[in-house]
Design a protein around this ligand. Structure first.
Ligand code: HAM
Length: 423
């Protein structure tokens, strides 16, 4: 018989791993909500154009990494590689901008898909938690968003991360810079990889993002955006830095940070991991401001800013830094029935306890006490509920504490409330 393996670069989540993901999501949601972000759920599939128009035709994501297919109605559909464009699409489609005077704040969580080369911290299906604040653009909002990510790291107890920020300027600054790069790279093309030749033709700024030529001195010596920022962009960025200083948020200005997605303008940032293993240097959170994206996707001319965390990478860093604390993997009770009639009653008691919100398991196969204790080991119960002929007749059950082994006899009808009080 054929046996199947998961698709390369994907993961199965079960047991502790799945608990970690859920715990992380719950924690992050709470903090995001305290910053005024509300949940938005968008479909996992979108029309391909949502991404080609926003992330950019010539970005690595669009040109090499998207899972795109034609559906039965001959539409080009793509599994979302990121969450910003779908949220902005939904913002426009549902006219969430209202009269254009308010800021809409959303968070989203879920799987994203990119056909990348799988390696440590890089998957083809990965999980992001992202936020987007749309409808306004100011250094104050940029900083509040950057700080919300910072607080999340603090709340999770994550240390050893560096915040890198840069400005890639407004549209005017970007066009000066693009011209300067065109002139510079024209002379240097021979020393660059094949992909960079293609990037040169379409968008020379993309060359700065090349993973192959990352350490190439041609890239390192390329003109820097900061020298091409116009007055407005320079002032904007200096204000962002001032506010971060005031809130004592440590950051490094990285003049080479340009980000691989087309929609950014002005502020861009990444939180980078420092660790002794192969995850060192990976971004665990990245984002920036997007001045023209809402308009580009057919909405009003309103800016937004956001970021996304790579949850898979955060799980790894919490593992490495040993920051999970104790994750409760136990269940509340395991019900044991010592004869066929008592097994039926065990099922009844289990379901009464479950109705009361407890997590309860039982053994479906055996009436032998020892075998049932053995089965229970996989569930790590706090209590055993034991039912035999005597308990059945008196409707008084025996509850045994799995830790200190003490036993109590209580009325069957009180079972759920007793465990709730004593767990
Ligand atoms: P991004 O930099 O493409 O930005 O991805 C954000 C984060 O997702 C990365 O920093 C990383 O932690 C995680 N990530 C990306 N690709 C992978 C992968 N293949 N495997 C594991 N983790 C990965 C965006 O997606 C933008 N939408 C962020 C944003 C929101 N900008 C504005 N708003």
């Amino acid at each position: 018989m054929a046996s199947y393996q998961k698709v390369k670069g994907t993961q199965d989540f079960f047991g502790l791993h799945s608990k970690k993901l859920r715990l992380l999501e719950a924690n992050i949601k709470k903090t995001a909500e305290s910053f005024g972000f509300q949940e938005m759920k968008t479909p996992i599939i979108e029309h391909t154009e949502v991404f080609t128009r926003s992330v950019g035709d010539d970005s690595d994501i669009v040109s090499k990494e998207m899972y795109t297919f034609e559906d039965r109605g001959h539409r080009s559909i793509t599994l979302r590689p990121e969450g910003t464009a779908p949220v902005v699409r939904a913002y426009i489609e549902n006219k969430l901008y209202g009269n254009g005077n308010s800021i809409s704040k959303y968070y989203y969580v879920g799987p994203m898909f990119r056909y990348e080369r799988p390696q440590a911290g890089r998957y083809r299906e990965f999980h992001q938690f992202g936020v987007e604040a749309i409808g306004h653009g100011s250094p104050l909002l940029d900083c509040d968003v950057i700080i919300s990510a910072y607080r999340l790291f603090q709340k999770l107890g994550i240390s050893h991360i560096t915040l890198k920020i840069n400005s890639i300027g407004d549209f005017e600054s970007r066009s000066y810079y693009r011209n300067a790069l065109e002139v510079y790279f024209k002379e240097q093309l021979e020393g660059l990889c094949g992909d960079c030749h293609r990037r040169y033709e379409k968008n020379p700024m993309r060359i700065l993002d090349c993973k192959v030529d990352k350490e190439n001195p041609i890239l390192k010596n390329a003109p820097k955006i900061k020298d091409y920022l116009n007055e407005a962009s320079r002032e904007y960025f200096s204000e962002v830095c001032k506010i971060l200083d005031r809130f004592q948020i440590k950051y490094v200005v990285d003049e080479g940070l340009v980000r691989g997605l087309d929609y950014y303008t002005d502020t861009v940032f990444e939180y980078i991991m420092e660790s002794d293993d192969e995850l060192n240097g990976l971004a665990i959170c990245a984002g920036g401001k997007y001045g023209g994206l809402v308009h580009e996707l057919g909405g009003p001319d309103l800016p937004g800013i956001g970021y996304a965390f790579g949850l898979d990478r955060i799980i790894s860093i919490l593992d490495t830094q040993n920051k999970w604390g104790t994750i409760d993997t136990s269940i509340d009770a395991f019900v044991i029935g010592l004869d066929p009639e008592s097994k039926l009653m065990a099922l009844e008691v289990a379901n009464e306890c479950r109705d009361a919100g407890l997590i309860v398991e039982l053994d479906y196969r055996s009436t032998i006490l020892k075998t049932q204790f053995k089965t229970s080991e996989a569930f790590n119960p706090k209590y055993f509920i034991i039912i035999g002929e005597e308990e059945r007749e008196s409707r008084m059950i025996t509850i045994k504490n799995s830790q200190n082994k003490t036993q109590e006899r209580i009325a069957m009808s009180m079972c759920a409330s007793w465990i709730k009080e004593n767990r």
